[in-house]
Design a protein around this ligand. Structure first.
Ligand SMILES: NC(=O)c1ccc[n+]([C@@H]2O[C@H](COP(=O)([O-])OP(=O)(O)OC[C@H]3O[C@@H](n4cnc5c(N)ncnc54)[C@H](O)[C@@H]3O)[C@@H](O)[C@H]2O)c1
Length: 252
């Protein structure tokens, strides 16, 4: 059974811990020690007070559910310790230099970096963009003022531009667009809308290319065991963990 080292023990970490079954959580690390302790009590994992002891523990893969800064700080070391890595804080990979650093480290150590589909459908098929032209790649995300942490009395566009730029103003709202860019091999156009009338995140994908065109609209339900996290994002990382060990890989 696959043994996980969990880096980051917040909302997603708790959901992963509650659904362990086909994998076990062996080691946990969080900058807030008490949070790691909570996960340890659910999973029986060992809590580590510092990253060095955590990364030297005996497990197969690090699941990062912490922050962009944690990915930037720790990913190279994870890979040099010959461990695979699942990255939830995908925003870290907007930096092309950093992306190449970890790609090289992973190659040198025979490791993989996995990026879950997160809160959208269709990420798998976007990979066709690496071999066939995509003419339009647009993500329209609509969120409530509370979810964006701003005040707004009416629906309005608050950002339009590239995913790479969006991270500068809205670092917590780019994971989906960055995952799309990485899948397609090109920067995604992002339209961010605040709407007081919505209470769920809505992602709309508009894609046109040599293959034809598609439109995907996803309304994200909150996780039943943690309303702060989209259920689809939680299901996506859990299904990725299931698939890693399966010899039959489904999807492009
Ligand atoms: N890819 C996706 O679709 C997707 C979906 C949801 C969340 N996310 C991302 O996943 C990450 C985790 O989300 P969450 O809702 O569980 O967040 P959270 O804030 O509930 O939990 C994050 C935990 O990580 C810890 N942490 C942060 N930086 C750390 C560091 N440098 N070293 C050690 N511990 C650190 C925090 O103390 C906290 O306990 C976030 O970056 C979020 O943006 C991605």
């Amino acid at each position: 059974m696959m043994r996980i080292g969990l880096l980051g023990c917040g909302n997603i970490g708790h959901i992963i811990a509650r659904h362990a079954g086909s994998f076990t959580i062996s080691a946990v690390f969080d900058q807030v020690f008490a949070r790691a302790g909570e996960i340890a009590s659910i999973s029986g994992a060992t809590v580590y007070e510092d990253f060095d002891s955590f990364i030297n523990a005996d497990f197969d893969i690090v699941v990062e559910a912490a922050s962009v800064s944690a990915v930037k700080r720790y990913a190279p070391e994870v890979l040099s310790h010959r461990k695979d890595m699942v990255v939830m804080s995908v925003g870290a990979l907007t930096d092309a230099g950093f992306r190449e650093t970890i790609r090289t480290k992973a190659r040198e150590n025979g490791r993989k970096i996995y990026i879950p589909s997160g809160a959208i459908f269709g990420l798998d098929n976007l990979k066709i963009g690496r071999i066939s032209t995509i003419k339009k790649l647009l993500l329209r995300t609509t969120k409530s003022p509370a979810s964006l942490g701003i005040e707004a009395k009416e629906r309005k566009q608050i950002f339009f531009g590239k995913a790479n730029e969006c991270i500068k103003s809205y670092p917590k709202n780019v994971n989906v667009s960055v995952a799309m860019s990485l899948a397609a091999g090109m920067d995604t156009d992002v339209e961010l809308i605040v709407d007081p009338a919505v209470d769920q995140n809505v992602h709309e994908l508009f894609i046109e290319g040599d293959f034809g065109e598609t439109y995907i609209r996803v309304t994200n339900m909150p996780s039943p065991d943690n309303p702060a996290t989209s259920y689809l994002a939680a299901l996506s990382v859990l299904s990725l963990l299931e698939e890693i060990e399966d010899p039959i890989i489904v999807g492009t």
